[in-house]
Design a protein around this ligand. Structure first.
Ligand code: AMP
Length: 286
């Protein structure tokens, strides 16, 4: 496994593989790897000749009062995990390599950002879009792998690929969970013991909503209330949002129809957790 820190060097390397007609799978991450990230790697490993993973905590996607400085980092561990799981190249740039002082552009996402994390984290998806446009140009993948844990991100990346004509297939990968249902996340290490015990209730609340849908409840307000009440009753966290939208358009709805996302964000003392479920109402058995 190679570790490359320079964008130019990686582009040169990628060109070699492209000339040999080898397919490239790309897995962007912010590091502090867990089984969620590894699931993306496993999919990429199966479907491509070469797997490139980036490890970059992107300052542009963190707001002024967010956790950029305290975001967990452990590159040696990441390196070991990536190697053991079949990554061929890790792209590990410094911030200065990605954003030169002379950077003269600002990418602004116009659609799908006035809801969920886009509404709560101003500018977050502008930062995500900026780094991904750069990373796509640096790694020139055939396929790029993203977790449904960040479902709004997946929806927005669909638009980036479409609008900027990237010849890349987006591969969404299911959420990987702990045994008790908590979605794996690098930020889970910041939960206190009590919060860690409560955190699986986010998924319990989502499952409860889905079972109400299965019983015929299609009213968004009623479902939203059921999720909020469950989280308030069973956790000490502060609800940031509980939203039910169509997916991947991310438009508000009053009554369920077609593909739907139920998404939550909950603030605990040192970590803000997100989770969601997506389903197609046409495939619900009721
Ligand atoms: P991050 O390092 O948090 O930016 O995540 C990098 C990629 O891994 C993103 O596409 C995430 O959606 C994905 N990811 C993070 N956690 C999970 C999880 N529990 N299951 C599946 N994918 C995940």
């Amino acid at each position: 496994m190679k570790i490359i820190t320079s964008a130019k060097e990686l582009q040169k390397e990628v060109l070699k593989y492209r000339e040999e007609k080898k397919s490239i799978g790309f897995v962007p991450t912010m590091g502090y790897l867990h089984e969620g990230h590894m699931s993306l790697v496993h999919h990429a490993r199966k479907e491509n000749d070469l797997v490139i993973m980036s490890v970059f905590v992107n300052p542009l996607q963190f707001g002024p009062n967010e956790d950029f400085d305290s975001y967990p980092r452990d590159f040696e561990r990441d390196e070991r995990l990536a190697k053991n799981n079949g990554v061929d190249i890790i792209f590990y740039p410094q911030v200065e390599e990605m954003y030169k002082d002379t950077f003269s552009f600002h990418v602004k996402v116009l659609n799908k950002v006035n809801v969920l994390c886009g509404q709560k984290r101003e500018g977050h998806f502008d930062g995500v879009a900026t780094v991904l446009i750069k990373l796509f140009n640096i790694t020139q993948p055939n396929r790029a792998y993203f977790g449904m844990k960040d479902a709004q991100q997946v929806a927005i990346i669909e638009s980036i690929i479409e609008d900027f004509n990237f010849p890349i297939t987006l591969v969404p990968v299911d959420i990987v969970r702990e045994e008790d249902g908590l979605a794996k996340s690098s930020r889970n290490v910041y939960l206190s013991d009590q919060e860690r015990n409560e955190a699986p209730q986010l998924y319990e609340a989502l499952k409860r909503a889905k079972s109400l849908v299965e019983q015929g409840e299609y009213d968004v307000r009623t479902l939203q209330l059921a999720v909020s009440e469950h989280i308030s009753k069973h956790t000490s966290g502060e609800i940031d949002y509980v939203e039910i939208l169509n997916y991947p358009e991310l438009e508000p709805i009053q009554v369920l129809s077609g593909k739907t996302i139920i998404a939550v964000a909950v603030k605990f003392t040192k970590a803000r957790l997100i989770d969601n479920i997506t389903f197609d109402i046409k495939h619900i058995n009721n």
